[in-house]
Structures are given as C-alpha cells and as structure tokens.
Design a protein around this ligand. Structure first.
Ligand code: SF4
Ligand code: SF4
Length: 452
C-alpha cells in the first residue's frame, strides 16, 4: 500500500509550463509580506473576525438581504466579486486570505492526524475513471445548491446555518485528518479553483523547489504556486525567505494543453461549473414547471430541477465526446478530460458577466456602502451605474459577452483537437461536435435571456 506521500506525488507539478514573469520579491515590502510568517497570521485574524462577525450580523441584522451586513459581506462582496475575480485572475490566491483555511490549519493541530483515504482507487462512471478528487465536484454542486434553490443568498437568517454547517464539516475533517485534508478534498471551492487557475492570466509562484516539505504533501516538488492544488499556506516562502517569488503571465487556458497529468475529476468540475451557471439558469425553470417535478413539495422541486441540469449537461457532453472521439479516433478518456476542461469558460464567463460585472453595475455602490458601514466606515457611493449603462451591459451580455466565452472555449478546444490528432482533417472531426454543442447551448442561453 503506497503512502499518502507517494500517492500524492501523482499530481507533481510541471515548472516548465510557466510563462514569463517578474520577480516581485525584488521589492522589499512585497518580500516582507510574502516571507514573514506573522503576516498571513495577522491577515487571517482579520478575515476570521470578519467571517464570524458577518455570521452574527446575518443572524441579528435586518431581514432585508440588501441591507443586511452578513448577506452583503458573503454574497454581494465576498463571493462575487472578490473571490470570483481573484479566482479568475490570480489562480488560488484566495486561499491565502481564506478564514476557513486558517481555521483548518489551526484545528488540525489538535486532531487525530490520520491520512485521508487517497485516490489510487478509481470508480468507473460512464466509463470514466473517477477518483476521490471528484468529491470536490460534488461538494461544489452541493454548496451552490442552497444558495438559490433554498434561498440562502437572499435570506439572511439562513446564512448562519449555511456557513456553520460548512465550518462544522471543515472542523470535523480537520480533527480527524492531517495536512489540510478539507482544503484538498472537501472544500467546495478547491476543485473550482483547480480549474479556474488553469484559465487565470496571472500566477504567483516560486522559481524552484525550495526543499521545504509541502504542508499538504501534495507535491514531489515543493514551491508556492497559485496554480495547481497549492493551498497557499506560505510554508514554502516563510521557511525559505531568500527564494524569489514571481508574478507570471500566461495565456488564459494554455495550462489545459500543457498540464502534464490531466485529471478527469477536474474536467467533471469544469462541466459542473458550466451546468450550474448558464445551463441551470435556463433549464432549471422549465424543468421545475413540468408536472412531474413541479408536484414535488417545498424545495425538492428546484432541487430536482438543479440535479436534472447537472445530469443533462454531463450526459450531453459525454454523448458529444463519444461521437467526436470515435469519429476522429482519439482516446475517449483523455478526450473527456481535455475537452471537458475546455467548457469551463462558458460557465466562468457567464458568472463573471452576470454576478460580478452585472452585479457591480447594478448595485456595487450599495454593496460597498453596506459593507463599509457595517465595519463602522461611513461611505455614501451612488448605489449603482445609471439604468442606461446597466441596460447596455445586459444587451452586450447576451449579444457579445457570451459569444466571447464561446470563442475562448472554442480556441482551447481547437488547440486540444490539434494536439490530440495527427492531421487537420481528424482535428476537425474531434473539434466539430464540441463546437456545435458550445454554439448550440449558448444560442439557447442567449435567446432565453434576451426574451426576459
Ligand atoms: S481550499 Fe477552500 S477552505 Fe482551504 S484555504 Fe482554499 S478556499 Fe479556504
Ligand atoms: S505554499 Fe508550499 S507548502 Fe503550502 S501548500 Fe503550497 S506548495 Fe505546499
């Protein structure tokens, strides 16, 4: 039986994938911030304090979600735009600030320190070999479900239940398992971040192996990287403060092509991102109105519709990938992983455009006002942009933005097709069914949104 260390080396990173970069630790202030071990502790003290304060204010503040500090802090400020933008632009940098990660690192000191059951075992679903890493796809789908299907995102009194449940799981896992097992296998955001980091144009990383044993034992090579599955615990930088840290630039999505050990579980996360944002947005409602699903009591109806959206998305992709791979003669499992990841921009651009940009334009000023006033800082920004600007953005969202997402996904899918086939003709056969699905599904999403 291999040890956790040996098995975890399956995800050893590839330093040669890195793009061009600048050494940010040449700046003394940045070097201090990245290499002094007390800095992250201080930052985490603040984020943990805000986390609990927001839970408290959600429980006792106004029941109106637009004016409740807890509601605004979690869903108007933290999730979108702060976390979303950080995920899309700088990989896993959020983990540095995350209050949950800080609590996990703290509580595991008092735990049983057991090894988490690892992922050498594979379970075959639809012929796809899934590992324990697919837990993160499930936890993401389950964590997103109560937000809009049960109403947590607009019901302040449900927020404490939601976050304390997740916190309870995090503490429970940390009290049993070692090395930030919650962060690596259970956190609803970790799988999403592993996917979004492949599409982010920036990465913060050390140049070389530090010789410091990774706190999570996730890698054979041990160096900080906001790419990969690193939880930004900063052990690498604080124990090797002389090692340089770079800010690297790369083509968003190039990592999908260069990933040396692609994981099918990450492709599943990418498909679920696509499913729960644009697809469920247009499919969930009609499914809920069917006689069968609509007759279910309470929140079982939206829950069933949500599950249908996810299952339908995965099945549609699977069928299309079967067609494309048998038509072009490429390996079915590898193509599932590679092409599955190519669909992520469809979900990421949808949520970026609607939740982050759309939300900021509509009520970004109001969000900042409530957040700042909740912390005792008087702020009176205009509530949002003018109705004309909001309307122009909404028009562009369906006529341009969603199609830019298709372009992004299609460019990646075409590059994948080129690298997996020997001729242009076979590449077209591998690419065309996926392109048709991307265009067809986006056409339906855009048409439904335009009609609202
Ligand atoms: S993996 Fe999840 S819980 Fe852990 S630090 Fe990152 S966001 Fe926080
Ligand atoms: S910062 Fe270094 S030690 Fe910490 S998780 Fe990342 S690679 Fe491992």
């Amino acid at each position: 039986m291999p040890t956790e260390e040996q098995r975890s080396n399956q995800t050893a990173p590839d330093q040669q994938d890195s793009g061009a970069g600048i050494t940010i630790t040449n700046n003394r202030v940045i070097r201090f911030l990245l290499t002094n071990k007390n800095v992250q502790h201080a930052v985490n003290l603040i984020t943990v304090a805000i986390f609990f304060y927001a839970i408290y204010r959600a429980a006792v503040g106004p029941t109106d979600s637009a004016t409740n500090f807890g509601n605004v802090a979690f869903f108007g400020f933290w999730w979108a735009p702060v976390m979303l933008l950080s995920l899309l632009f700088v990989g896993r940098i959020w983990c540095y600030f995350c209050p949950m990660g800080a609590i996990v690192r703290f509580t595991q000191r008092f735990g049983l320190q057991r090894h988490f059951p690892m992922y050498t075992r594979k379970w075959f679903v639809l012929g796809i070999p899934l590992s324990v890493l697919s837990l993160t796809a499930l936890s993401f789908a389950m964590a997103r479900w109560p937000m809009y299907k049960v109403g947590v995102a607009y019901s302040p009194r449900l927020i404490p239940v939601y976050w304390l449940t997740i916190l309870g799981v995090a503490v429970g896992v940390s009290l049993v398992y070692q090395r930030q097992a919650f962060c690596r296998y259970v956190c609803p955001a970790t799988g999403v971040m592993s996917v979004t980091s492949k599409f982010s144009p920036l990465e913060i990383a050390q140049n070389t192996e530090t010789g410091v044993q990774c706190a999570t034992l996730e890698y054979k090579s041990d160096f900080l990287s906001t790419d990969r599955r690193c939880t930004a615990c900063m052990k690498c930088t604080t124990e090797q403060p002389d090692e340089d840290v770079e800010l690297r630039f790369r083509w968003p999505g190039a990592k999908v092509l260069t990933e040396r050990i692609p994981l099918v579980d990450e492709a599943l996360v990418a498909l679920i991102i696509w499913a729960v944002f644009p697809i469920d947005h247009v499919l969930g409602g009609p499914v809920e109105e069917t006689t069968l699903v609509g007759s279910l009591p309470g929140f079982l109806a939206p829950t069933a519709a949500y599950a249908v959206s996810i299952i339908a998305t995965i099945l549609a992709f699977t069928a299309v990938n079967r067609l494309a791979s048998s038509w072009s003669g490429i390996d079915w499992t590898t193509s599932f992983t590679k092409f599955g990841l190519a669909y992520a921009p469809l979900g990421l651009m949808f949520t970026l455009g609607s939740h982050a940009i759309g939300g900021l334009l509509e009520s970004g000023g109001q969000t900042l006002n409530v957040f700042a006033r909740g912390l005792g800082i008087p702020l009176s920004l205009p509530a949002g942009a003018s109705p004309a600007i909001v309307s122009a953005w909404n028009d562009f969202f369906v006529t341009g933005w969603l199609w830019l997402a298709v372009l992004w996904s299609a460019v990646i899918a075409w590059q994948i097709a080129r690298t997996m086939t020997d001729t242009k003709k076979l590449a077209v056969k591998a690419f065309a069914p996926h392109f048709a699905l991307m265009v067809g599904s986006t056409y339906v999403v855009a048409t439904v949104l335009a009609s609202h």
